[in-house]
Ligand binder design. Structure first.
Ligand code: GLU
Length: 189
């Protein structure tokens, strides 16, 4: 079972995310990754293996941001490779996801008809693509995320960010998800 962590803080969230991932390690995983929002850009780093590998890469590159999402993956669709590790990105959107999108094959076919190019073999990747397409039409993050929730089937929790929106959207169905309100920061896991 994998895990997701997200954080919004007055200070940099990198340490909060890495600490959160470490606390989820007991659940088992094959790879880890995170995405940070920094000056209207999404900075992403992913590594196969231990959270410590990811932490080292993130620290070497001095990745910082006040909003971020992170993930430990237990592959269900697609091999446990760096490319299949979360977060998955499409346009300005990044997503981490726990669980399975049961109707991903059908959505993938529909998106391919719209010339969407897939970079991974995960079920998850349909989420950022759907979100990105909806954002181009509406530029409304919450509504776009809700439209994705209405489209996907399965048991899941996911967290999404957009490079131009200072917020994290989270949703869950059957899978657990908790919100923590802190002093100067809020987190989700
Ligand atoms: N189904 C997704 C994948 O294979 C998420 C797996 C998980 O819960 O870690 O990437």
């Amino acid at each position: 079972m994998c895990g997701i962590v997200g954080g919004v803080a007055e200070r940099c969230v990198t340490e909060i995310l890495i600490e959160g991932l470490k606390r989820l390690e007991y659940r088992g995983y094959d790879s880890a990754g995170l995405a940070l929002l920094n000056k209207e850009q999404i900075l992403r780093e992913r590594r196969v293996g231990k959270v410590a590998n990811l932490a080292e890469a993130v620290s070497e590159q001095h990745l910082t941001g006040n909003i971020g999402i992170a993930h430990t993956r237990w592959a269900t669709h697609g091999k446990p490779t760096e490319n299949n590790a979360h977060p998955h990105v499409s346009g300005n959107v990044a997503v981490v996801h726990n669980g399975i999108i049961e109707n991903h094959d059908q959505i993938r076919s529909e998106l391919k008809e719209k010339n969407v190019v897939f970079e991974t073999s995960t079920d998850t990747e349909v989420i950022p693509h759907l979100l990105s397409i909806s954002m181009k039409k509406t530029n409304h993050f919450f509504d776009s995320c809700v439209s994705v929730v209405k489209k996907i089937e399965g048991a899941y929790a996911f967290a999404a960010i957009h490079s131009l929106k200072e917020e994290i959207f989270v949703a869950r169905k059957t899978s657990p998800l908790v919100l923590g309100l802190g002093d100067g920061y809020n987190i989700v896991g």
